[in-house]
Design a protein around this ligand. Sequence first.
Ligand SMILES: NC(=O)c1ccc[n+]([C@@H]2O[C@H](COP(=O)([O-])OP(=O)(O)OC[C@H]3O[C@@H](n4cnc5c(N)ncnc54)[C@H](OP(=O)(O)O)[C@@H]3O)[C@@H](O)[C@H]2O)c1
Length: 311
Amino acid sequence: MQAIVLNQAGGVDQLTYQAVEMPVPEAGELLVKVKAFGINPMDFVVRSDEQTLTAFLGTQRPAILGWDVAGEVAGIGPEVSGFELGDAVFALSNGRAYAEYVTVSAAVSVYKPASVSYTEAAGVPVAAITAWQALVKIGHIKPGDRVLIQAGAGGVGHFAIQLAKHFGAYVATTASAKNHDFVRSLGADQVIDYTQDVFEQVLQEVDLVLDTLGGEIRERSLAILKPGGTLVTIIPPLSEELVDKAQQQGIQLTLLIGQSSTEDMQSLANLLATGALKAHVSTVYSFDQIAQAHQAIESKRTVGKIVVEIP
Ligand SMILES: NC(=O)c1ccc[n+]([C@@H]2O[C@H](COP(=O)([O-])OP(=O)(O)OC[C@H]3O[C@@H](n4cnc5c(N)ncnc54)[C@H](OP(=O)(O)O)[C@@H]3O)[C@@H](O)[C@H]2O)c1
């Protein structure tokens, strides 16, 4: 089969096309014929640095990136029940999805709703699971909560706005002017142009902040939270200084690293099926355009999700 491989970490020129052996599903695994895979910021971070590449995918080279996958079940390993050949699934895999076929744990694979395309489903796993776990699992979001989603136009942010609205929150978000219509269309009640306005001057008394940016923006987020409020950040690391500051202000500060979860994926699939949640795929790349896809995600200016399709 054809795959996009990395023989070493580096720039986009290190992403090369190569024939590799078809993976064989082991116990508990499905072989998935990949129809589409999603691109996340972690893809370029892992691509760029040898130590990070090894930490995520081990020492074996060539390595194959790709965690968000949607496709068709093409093989079933031992000890798997509940799936048949030809089933349409999507999953947060353990990597190796930049290929015509990938093996994925059946335990974390869920059926793709029929109303959702493979391309849309491929945009869901990493970003939507992260948004879900931040708002629901850690933030315990409830109707009437005042919530700030930083970078609402991004992959995580655009799911988070929709989820926060679904749970009945008042949703504020930051975005540049070109993305205001987009974030409003997702349900944002208050849109702050971070290039013009200082968010802590126009928003106060917030119950929950989802920080997708880190640095000084994360620190400034403390100022708008109510005592007892929650700041969930998805950008490591956390400084001791920030932890102390949050504690002094009575704010619950949590660093979330999104985890693969069948239960959470199933909750997301249910919302996708009813249309309460939608993956907005702003650009679709073909299999031979991986360099362009990586350049786009590295620009940090993509809207919603970007996805690569395999014919
Ligand atoms: N810990 C975890 O488990 C986890 C999981 C997923 C992602 N992450 C991390 O979270 C971050 C966000 O991920 P993502 O997939 O959402 O990224 P993304 O899709 O690349 O985000 C791009 C968006 O960010 C917006 N943006 C950039 N700078 C901004 C600013 N200063 N204020 C407001 N919006 C801004 C841009 O909108 P404008 O053009 O309008 O500025 C753009 O639409 C990344 O660093 C990623 O690595 C962590």
